[in-house]
Design a protein around this ligand. Sequence first.
Ligand code: PMP
Length: 461
Amino acid sequence: MARAFSLVPKPVPRVETKYRRITTALPCPQSVPVLEKLHKYELRAMLGQPPVLWDRAEGFQVWDPAGNCWIDWSSGVLIANAGHSHPDVIRAIQEQTEKHVLATYMFPNEARARFCERFAELLPENHRKIFLLSTGSEAVECAIKLCRTHGIKVGGRKKNIIVSYDKAFHGRTLGAQQAGGIPALKEWIVNLDPGFVQVPFPDGYRTPDVSFDFFLKCLAEAGVEGPNVAGVILETYQGGSAAFAPVEYMQKLRQWCDAHKALLVCDEVQAGFGRTGKLWGFEHYGIVPDLTTWGKGITSSLPLAAVAGRADVMDLHPPGSMSSTHTGSPVCAAAALASLEVILRDNLVENARQMGELLHARLQALAAKQPQIGAVAGKGLVAGVACVKPGTQEPDGDFAWDVVEACMEKGLLMFAPVGYGGATIKICPPLVIHQEALLESLDVFEEAFVEVAARLETVAR
Ligand code: PMP
């Protein structure tokens, strides 16, 4: 869904509440030169988000240079789990920079050691080897590499198939993109690797058959034999819809992977660090994956990612053979440790669970009234509202964009969605959001949604 927001300031009604403030045209006139500069020097592909120039972001709020203030339902892109600019995270970054250890490559640094130790002790037993990287895509690439390395070791070179899911998103690099399940994003890859195979994701909405037998049937139809599978990778919940798989399905998948010596990889880049109302998303399934990939909310701020998992798999490659220039940047690692401690100390996982109940109840009630909502999915502080043409399952990306835009004009910020034709509105505020602000933002969302729906009805008449 290629649609860009206009950079011409548009007069919008004034908003002034406890948590929101919109007092200028949008984008605010003083931000326009900066937006134009970005537009001039950056690629067109960067134009996809609401044109709000972030001047300051704290907790669950974002301000532009004119002092307009939004309740943030984006967390950046699910980054700011501990809230934007948490003082503890800022302090940790400052202390690390003041130590004058900013980058060490693979040379040891203490910040990396401290974060790895803390992260590992919170992970399940035998899932405690960690490799720090820079982006989620990089972590996914590494997981794919480990799956195939392991596959070759235990089953020979035929054991190289990576099974993943339709509509999955694992990043934009070559391997991650092929593990993804959005065909439009793969059109540029002329020579698709036949070792990547996707099956339908058991979301219970677009794939009504959520049985594990259906997984087996689809694999067989794709000509895949269990012994040739090196790994199965899935987002713990699908980013494009916020849908989880059924628990029973995941438990059977776990057993199936064990039976075939295939590695089970949960991509926790979105789901990790409290987002879903549990510290780790895979806890919802009562399983332990062989490998997990992490990013986004790992620091609530700076770029850091990780792969974690079984020691025998993580240690397949010899010393010096897996590296990345910024592996475990000490500044990012310090931020990660501080963010994790905030999440634990301030009970943000439980807050996500409780606020999630409120959020999902309200969204379900809205869905019952609005035929433009096909499904609401998610747990904790992540929700996906699938916008459809009423009475069908056909995604309505234009409708979703109009709602995102209307919300922006009312002081509620979210990122414009990708996947399903841009038709899933994603709701993922920082985990520090409290009841009063959540209720206020839900009121705004409902108001915007109903207004956009009414506008379309008027046009249709
Ligand atoms: N995996 C998942 C589940 C993601 O949501 C994303 C990013 N949206 C990625 C991987 C890629 O992460 P990054 O953009 O940091 O490369």
